[in-house]
Write a new protein. Sequence first.
Length: 222
Amino acid sequence: MSQQQFQSLDEAMSSMQLGEPKQDQQHDSGRNKESRRRINIIRPPPQHNGQMYGYYVSEEWLYQTACSLLAKVHPDFSESKARSNARVNPTHSFRKTFHIGTLSTTYAIPPPGQIIPAECMDDGAVCVLYIFNDQPESYNYRPTQKQVDKLTRFMGREPQWWTPPTTLAEKASLKLVGCYISKKAGYVGPGVLLSWWLRVYQLQTAAKLNARHTTARTNTYG
């Protein structure tokens, strides 16, 4: 029987105890609802791109920790399969371990004046393991305070808001455009997503220019 099944059985047996006052049951119910509340945090002023709430990390630490967590989450995985999973999707084991489905990774601009460890930087960008972002599809499903506290104890530092690059110039200067491959960890980073974004941006720009030219020809030739 798994640990979760043991826990569920224990909770079921506790609720079936005889002689438990009804008032205590109601109090426990309220306490359980309180513990399930999502983390109460104020979102920063909105920007063009979504802002992320999380921790700076090094890619080497992310990869090695993912391997370690996978050994507990998926003990049936072979060493080669675990390493492959950690390279391709390093946050999978974090989501399974801390039960936070919105966990992901990205790159961000270092806050002015904040000292970031060199191993967490790459060409001016900060590697970030974030819990959620300020967009509704992520923020509305943010975890509970208890879940965040557990992850924070594991990380050894408090989470903070991070700002992603907002312009193509910033993305290019931080080398976030294109498929970024970590030399240490050996996995494809989130830069590949930005390369797709750049392609969509180019297509949208071309479509707008084409529409303008069509409008101009119509106005010219009536």
